[in-house]
Design a protein around this ligand. Sequence first.
Ligand SMILES: NC(=O)c1ccc[n+]([C@@H]2O[C@H](COP(=O)([O-])OP(=O)(O)OC[C@H]3O[C@@H](n4cnc5c(N)ncnc54)[C@H](OP(=O)(O)O)[C@@H]3O)[C@@H](O)[C@H]2O)c1
Length: 248
Amino acid sequence: MESSAIQEFYKGRSVLITGATGFCGKSLLEKLLRSCPDIGNIFVLMRPKKGQDVEKRLAKLFSDPVFDTVKRCLKLPLEHKVFPVPGDITQTGLGISVQNKDQLCREVSVVFHAAATIKFNENLRVALQTNVMGTQEVVELCKQMPLIMALVYVSTAYSQCPLTEIEEKVYPPPHDPKRLSECVDWLSEKDFHSIEPTPAILVKAHSLFLSRKCSTTNTKPFQALLSGSHNFDKIYIFHQLPKLRTTK
Ligand SMILES: NC(=O)c1ccc[n+]([C@@H]2O[C@H](COP(=O)([O-])OP(=O)(O)OC[C@H]3O[C@@H](n4cnc5c(N)ncnc54)[C@H](OP(=O)(O)O)[C@@H]3O)[C@@H](O)[C@H]2O)c1
């Protein structure tokens, strides 16, 4: 069968993915392996976690049933195509060793940046270090890659959920990102804590987001929304509340 333009593009081309253990990154990794079997090397930036080094984490990732099809179809074991790169996007230079950085700069021409913290109520310092400064570090790395063709940044930062109409453009941020990043250097942990998102800010953002989907103004679900670390489940529950009430 004739290969598509996308398959042709990726033929022999090496890519770097951040966030490959996450929801979006894992789907992307599987799709690239399944649909572009002639892709070059796939480097995945990973941090050691819960006592597991990156090799263990990669093996665990591949044990996910989502990779069953590619394991059957690919001629090579996945470990011959996908290589873990120890790193942490909150670190200077993404915490990548000089040797690994040299290899990435020599080989990689497409970078997918999908690593992020997606907690709505994340500690502000961690959120800035991960989502703002981590992304800046990825951009800096890309600038040092002579073969770079594309940096694909996967982020909800583009979604602008409080707006009713979203144009395909980059909206100005509410605060100067450079000045926010500077806060990481000089604000104490205590002061950071005091400017973490307040319930009022969260309710404002989410009520706009949710009001388009359901009509209730009951504030109780917002209280549930504000506790806990991952809020998507609570948004979903809140979203479903009107339906639940009318279900006999
Ligand atoms: N999920 C969606 O439906 C959706 C939709 C649109 C856009 N997005 C955007 O897509 C991006 C990824 O979302 P997701 O749902 O895939 O999130 P996720 O499942 O929480 O995955 C986050 C990924 O980032 C990695 N990561 C976090 N901090 C890191 C650090 N300091 N160093 C290295 N890696 C780090 C995590 O690695 P560990 O395994 O080490 O924690 C994980 O691989 C976000 O920007 C999100 O806003 C998501």
